[in-house]
Design a protein around this ligand. Structure first.
Ligand SMILES: Nc1nc2c(ncn2[C@@H]2O[C@H](COP(=O)(O)OP(=O)(O)OP(=O)(O)O)[C@@H](O)[C@H]2O)c(=O)[nH]1
Ligand SMILES: [Mg+2]
Length: 879
């Protein structure tokens, strides 16, 4: 033991951050401080949790969590209901994670927020004892915590996986997700963990985290809105019990009886897609090495991925594609040649036959399978097996036969539970092999798509995928839906901020004495109702005679209500929304409680002040153009059952919420034979497959170190937004920095990275459509790098070629920029830079880029071939 943990103190009072309406959920932010012996790490802050759905009287924002591996589990136990008092949460230490250096530390068993370590208050007493039936969900004897001792002993884990069930793991983004021990039922065996009624035979649903099981009547009370799927309220935010991963998204009959279909769909989707429930790469060991997030992604997104991948130790034969659990025979044939995990060891599958396949000693069952395939194993040979099953002894060019060709192999594999390639895959391979003896000839050409922030790489990637790649999966669509909905809230937030600005402006105008008059129609009661097209300024001193009543129906002028003002209720909501956006919590809010707000959003969007702000959107620089596309359909998009169309996906700002590495595969003719892109049916066409991998610069790590992952790409597509030339951002080192110059710097970093020293680069100068508009308004010389741009402009010039056929201003500027990049590239390398204009939102221009990319790759391969042939020719003649 290293010391005694005295108490957890709040850093100031818990703050009720925002509360904008009684009937909606409340958000709290709590910060706790550790007072004790020094710890070797920083304490994370508790993140606010929004609890949706629970009615006000019972609303109890629940938060519970491990502060860190070595700190105790704490959870709120009671709300002090003193009127006019904010917060007032009492916390109780309920246990310690295993392996904690403080495992035998002593705790104050009840710790109060707001009044340090105070004993139970009168209010506590009034609210009742936590051991009896309670008013709040988390006070109830869920998990059997009703008689909480100061330190709870956890049941030890029986898991043999590479993780400690209660420790923290990092998710795919490197964030820490706490685990939780199994709940213990304090009632009789087999009863509901909540009401403690029923028996083993009573239907129950289990929490994915702590495995507490609830009966039909208690399920919703215990699990609330199930924002992360089937988890108790107190388990929200915790990672799931890995043994339950296979049941993610699989709905039980009880849930079907309990909830409407749409609700079940939402819950199941949340369960599969929410960030905390994702498999952590660090828990998957391949050939004795834990994966990183890129490797896990590669493994999960390959053509033939491992089925039901859960944390554990696996071995993988990269050459033939065999995959199995460590120490066991192969269970599957997955896509070969994936760069994941470490090197396969001889003992990987615990074989004891002295016969080796690709360096692994095979098991007895595999030996039987080889015999059934007619492959002689006399003399304990070491085989080299290719993905198509071609078997030859190491170091000899003498094929022993193909494993998968014999009918007996299939039967033997069935009997011995060994993997066998699926019909489709094996027949495809045969066709391919017949077509071309070299098996690796059709390995996809890899294109790496990268560019600085906002350059349009995700739009181009999506355009490629929609047009030629594999369709978006259900999961990808769900991710995109979250991206679209979150961005929509951000656009609304921007409008709110602008509204406030406009309101202040108009008040200032008013103070100066200018009044705004609007036309309105007199109603039956003699009052004027506001006309829709309000806002004509009439100047100072225009007096309206209010004493003479006007007849109904007559159009009169009256002073406008303060423009851009909104009701207090909308103002509260607006402030709250802006706060959520500023705190970067939009996605959580969308996935947890979005539908609670739809009525308010509807009201807000229809409000005159917001509409008036929206009508001035051209003045809002920070509001992207695509915002219009989504805002006009706000209500449709924020609905629960909204399914984004391909167009919505294309216009969305991003590909997934994590913005990590994404890839797509497609095929199109190898050379320009058919004349039609991707048209395999037109005549004899040699198809090549391609893979486009899009990487966000933020995920490249310090000094772009992750670029090493892409050493095998055939072409780098570097994307630059042409409209960046007059845009600036605040840079830590150099103050305000031009975005085009920043793009050039990133380009230089990538071009000069050692793994790319011999790579071809195709520069995509994107957003040509916007550039054409901008260049007419803003000179290219706004960017210091382009200060020499001085085109001779014809008098007849207009957009597109002028009437004499000479290039337009935009085209000249484009060529100039292209030349500047080419010169820069030349100064860094000894080869040529290819450049293409593109408009990411237009399919044709993206298609042209792909055709160009194909030509560069094909041409490069031809040149290599010619060079190789001529050099072997020279050798032959000289010898
Ligand atoms: N008009 C127009 N807009 C474009 C074009 N390409 C991209 N955009 C828009 O520009 C914005 C940024 O594009 P993205 O594709 O998200 O850019 P990105 O490189 O993925 O940027 P980050 O993910 O923010 O780093 C989006 O709103 C796109 O809709 C284009 O060619 N023309
Ligand atoms: Mg983007």
């Amino acid at each position: 033991m290293t010391g005694i943990l005295r108490r957890l103190l709040p850093l100031g009072d818990p703050v009720r951050k925002t509360k904008y309406d009684e009937e909606f959920s409340v958000e709290y932010s709590i910060a706790l401080e550790y007072k004790g012996p020094p710890l070797p790490y920083d304490l994370p802050h508790a993140s606010p949790v929004v609890v949706g759905e629970i009615p006000t009287a019972d609303a109890l924002p629940s938060w519970s969590g491990l502060l860190d591996v070595a700190l105790p589990v704490i959870q709120p136990v009671k709300k002090k209901a003193r009127p006019g008092e904010d917060g007032g949460w009492k916390f109780e230490v309920i246990g310690l994670p295993r392996n904690s250096p403080h495992a035998d530390a002593k705790f104050d068993s009840s710790l109060s927020i707001g009044s340090e370590g105070s004993p139970r208050s009168q209010e506590d007493e009034m609210l009742g004892d936590s051991t009896s039936s309670s008013r709040y969900p988390c006070e109830s004897p869920v998990h059997g915590h009703q008689n909480r001792p100061s330190v709870v002993k956890f049941r030890s884990s029986d898991s043999s996986g590479p993780y400690d069930e209660h420790s923290f793991v990092t998710d795919s983004e490197g964030d820490t997700i706490p685990g939780k021990p199994k709940a213990q039922n304090s009632g009789k065996k087999g009863s509901c963990y909540h009401c403690q009624r029923g028996s083993r035979l009573t239907g129950k649903e289990a929490c994915l985290v702590c495995d507490a099981k609830y009966c039909y009547r208690c399920l919703l009370r215990a699990m609330g809105s199930m924002a992360e799927g089937r988890k108790c309220l107190l388990c929200t935010g915790f990672r799931i019990d890995e043994s339950k991963r296979v049941s993610l998204g699989k709905c039980s009959r009880m849930m079907k009886r309990l909830l409407p279909e749409a609700e079940i769909k939402r819950i199941m989707r949340a369960e599969i897609s929410c960030a905390v429930n994702q498999l952590s790469p660090k828990l998957v060991f391949v050939n004795s090495r834990p994966l990183n997030k890129h490797e896990l992604l590669l493994l999960q997104s390959c053509a033939n991925p491992p089925k039901n991948l859960t944390p554990g130790y696996y071995w993988y034969d990269r050459i033939a594609g065999f995959w199995g659990k460590a120490g066991e025979k192969p269970s599957q044939l997955i896509t070969e040649q994936l760069r994941v995990g470490g090197e396969m060891e001889r003992e990987a599958s615990n074989g004891n036959t002295d016969v080796l396949i690709n360096g692994r000693e095979i098991t007895k069952d595999e030996l039987r399978m080889l015999k059934a395939a007619g492959i002689s194993c006399k003399g304990k040979p070491h085989f080299w097996v290719s993905p198509d099953g071609l078997c030859q002894e190491e170091g000899q060019n003498n094929p022993k036969g193909k494993i998968w060709e014999k009918a007996m192999t299939k039967i033997t594999c069935r009997i011995l539970s060994l993997p066998y390639p699926s019909n489709r895959a094996s027949s495809e391979r045969e066709v391919e092999n017949k077509k071309n003896d070299v098996d690796y000839a059709n390995v996809p050409r890899k294109l790496l798509l990268i560019g600085s922030e906002n350059s349009g790489t995700s739009t181009i990637f999506k355009q490629m995928k929609i047009s030629y790649g594999d369709a978006f999966t259900e999961e990808e669509r769900r991710g995109l839906k979250l991206v679209i909905q979150s961005k929509l809230y951000c656009y609304l937030g921007l409008l709110m901020e602008a509204r406030e600005r406009f309101e202040k402006e108009s008040l200032r105008e008013k103070e100066k004495g200018k009044s705004i008059l609007v036309e309105c129609e007199v109603s039956d009661s003699g009052h004027g109702s506001w006309a829709k097209d309000s806002g004509r300024e009439k100047g100072k001193g225009l007096v309206i005679d209010q004493s003479r009543p006007s007849p109904p129906g007559k159009i009169i002028q009256k002073e406008a209500k303060p423009a851009y003002a909104i009701s207090p209720k909308l103002k509260r909501f607006s402030d709250w929304l802006v706060g959520v956006i500023a705190a970067g919590n939009v996605e959580d809010m969308v996935s947890l409680a979005s539908r609670e707000y739809s009525a308010l959003i509807d009201e807000l969007w229809k409000d005159e002040a917001i509409q008036a702000t929206y009508n001035r959107r051209n003045e809002l620089e920070e509001l992207p153009r695509v915002a219009t596309y989504f805002l006009e359909r706000a209500m449709e998009i924020l609905k629960e059952d909204y399914e984004p169309s391909d167009m919505d996906i294309l216009y969305a700002e991003g590909i997934s919420s994590s913005n990590g590495v994404v890839s797509t595969n497609f095929s199109f003719p190898k050379s320009v034979v058919s004349g039609s892109f991707g048209d395999a049916a037109a005549g004899h066409v040699d198809l090549s497959s391609y893979q486009v991998i899009r990487v966000h610069p933020n995920s490249l790590g310090e000094n772009c170190k992750w670029l090493e992952m892409f050493e095998d790409v055939d072409l780098v597509l570097f994307c630059v937004s042409l409209t960046d030339y007059d845009e600036f951002f605040d840079d830590d080192s150099s103050g305000s920095k031009n975005k085009m110059v920043a793009s050039r710097d990133l380009f230089q970093k990538i071009v000069t990275h050692p793994v790319f020293s011999k790579k071809d680069f195709l520069l995509l100068l994107n957003k040509f459509d916007l550039f054409e508009e901008k260049i007419e308004q803003v000179s290219l010389t706004r960017c210091e790098w382009f200060s020499n741009f001085n085109p001779v402009i014809s008098h007849n010039h207009h957009r597109g070629n002028d009437i004499n056929g000479s290039p337009s201003l935009a085209q000249r500027a484009f060529y100039y920029i292209a030349v500047m990049f080419k010169r820069h590239f030349r100064s860094l390398t000894d080869h040529k830079l290819y450049v293409s204009p593109v408009t990411g939102l237009e399919q044709d221009t993206v298609k042209d880029c792909l055709l160009y990319a194909r030509e560069i790759i094909d041409w490069d391969e031809d040149i290599t071939l010619i060079t190789e042939e001529s050099s072997t020719g020279t050798e032959a003649s000289s010898s």
